[in-house]
Design a binder for this molecule. Sequence first.
Ligand SMILES: NC(=O)C1=CN([C@@H]2O[C@H](COP(=O)(O)OP(=O)(O)OC[C@H]3O[C@@H](n4cnc5c(N)ncnc54)[C@H](O)[C@@H]3O)[C@@H](O)[C@H]2O)C=CC1
Ligand SMILES: CC(=O)C(C)=O
Length: 257
Amino acid sequence: MAKVAVVTGSGNGLGKGIAHRLGKDGFNVVLNDINQEAVNATLEEFKNEGLKAIAVKGDVSKREDQFNLVKQAVKEFGQLDVFVNNAGIDVVSPFMEIDADQLNKAFSVNVHGVVFGTQAAANQFIEQGTKGKVINACSIAGHESFEMLGTYSATKHAVKSFTHVAAKELASNNIRVNAYCPGVAGTAMWDRIDEEMVKYYDDLQPGDKYKEFVDGISLGRSQEPEDVANLVSFLASDDADYITGQTIVTDGGIVFR
Ligand SMILES: NC(=O)C1=CN([C@@H]2O[C@H](COP(=O)(O)OP(=O)(O)OC[C@H]3O[C@@H](n4cnc5c(N)ncnc54)[C@H](O)[C@@H]3O)[C@@H](O)[C@H]2O)C=CC1
Ligand SMILES: CC(=O)C(C)=O
């Protein structure tokens, strides 16, 4: 029987790339996004390519939506093997302007989302009595805190911490919990980050902050969704069975850990 993978926030960007790769790897894929239009369009593309997939709309910050996502996956495909907590949002703000609304929004999607997704997946793995894999979206910002990305960086440090603790607590249930830490990928997220950041500089034009970050990449190019998907594909595979609690950087050489 084909294995089953859920990828949250897979209507666009890195999540779409990851879901596509897992589909090509032979997984039945459960797409998820808060954006119904995006996830439906992605489902259509995948189906046209012959990939086996369904789409479930949901908000990762809502615990009930995460449990429903797992329920729908099992209802359609009979089991769950891999759960990728990919969905995340950005926040750009100088430290002195961080407010409660920014903190609440970012933590509720990036951190609550990962905790609730992990709980929903682990609950299912334990019920099945099978091994399972949870793979979280961290970031280089989970290893290093970037100016103007203070709240976002704090959420990704929290993802790293929850990856560690979930890996420790769930290992006895045969569940591995790891994270991928991308660098700078030109998705809609970076369009927004650039747009917000350049507003704070009189001498910068749209695109300049993105270029500055890309110029700092040792391997000399921005990240593609496929680069991230390569790592997630490995973490989802049996070859990664002896790895747990790791937050692995894939950034072309920005932070060195
Ligand atoms: N783009 C980059 O350079 C990097 C991205 N990351 C992380 O990778 C993950 C994916 O990032 P991107 O694809 O660039 O972002 P993106 O903004 O391009 O796409 C994110 C997707 O998640 C969905 N989403 C947002 N909130 C949601 C919610 N509450 N529930 C369900 N879906 C939701 C969006 O509708 C969108 O389709 C995020 O966790 C991000 O923090 C980490 C490092 C670098
Ligand atoms: C979006 C993101 O995580 C960075 C650091 O580029």
